[in-house]
Design a protein around this ligand. Structure first.
Ligand SMILES: [Zn+2]
Length: 98
């Protein structure tokens, strides 16, 4: 857990445990609404990143990817497969289906 980085009058760091998702303890602003909102957003971002990294690892894909480029590549591959299947279906004569 991170330590509170607030400076005391003596110039030493506070050193108390920072509140979850924060850089400050409760005595040094960790309870303020803006700090709690920032912590909520920070924790949500960490959760999302962890979820995405786990999914990428599970699929055996490289972890360091550009999500937008990866999605566009996947759309392109899927379109290619769809066009190939369409051509295969068109080659089938109607009487072959029965
Ligand atoms: Zn503190």
């Amino acid at each position: 857990m991170a330590e509170c980085g607030a400076k005391k009058k003596s110039e030493e760091s506070c050193g108390a445990p920072a509140m979850k998702g924060q850089r400050r303890c409760a005595r040094h602003g960790g309870k303020s609404p803006q700090a709690q909102r920032a912590a909520t957003a920070r924790l949500a971002e960490q959760d999302a990143k962890a979820t995405m990294e786990k999914a990428v690892t599970t699929l055996g894909l490289p972890v360091d990817i550009d999500p937008a480029k990866t999605l566009l590549d996947e759309i392109s591959r899927t379109r290619g497969a769809r066009l190939w299947l369409r051509d295969k279906v068109r080659e089938i004569q109607p009487d072959e289906l029965v």
